[in-house]
Design a protein around this ligand. Sequence first.
Ligand code: ZN
Ligand code: ZN
Length: 97
Amino acid sequence: MIGQCALCEREADLTFHHLIPRTLHSNKWFKKNFTREAMREGIDVCRECHVAIHRFISHKDLGRNFHSRDLLLAHPGVASHVKWVRGKRVRNAGRRR
Ligand SMILES: [Zn+2]
Ligand SMILES: [Zn+2]
C-alpha cells in the first residue's frame, strides 16, 4: 500500500506497525493496562522507519513507553533517523517508477 509514512512523511510503500507489539498482547501487564482495541492500534510507516523503530527500541519498551506516534518521534534514535531519512529517496516504493 502506497501512502504517507506516519514518521518521515515521505510517500512510500507502507507497513503496519503495532504500537503495542503483538508478542506482548498475552502479557498480563499489558492485558491489565490496555484494552483489546488499544492493542490493535498501529501506524503505517515506510520500511526504513519500521526497521529503525525496531532497531532502537525493544518490544517491551515500545509497549510500555513508546506506544504512540508522538512518543516514537520523541525517542532520540528514532528522531535522528527520521531527520536523516527525510532527505533520502524512498527505496522499494512498490512497482512505481
Ligand atoms: Zn518513514
Ligand atoms: Zn513494528
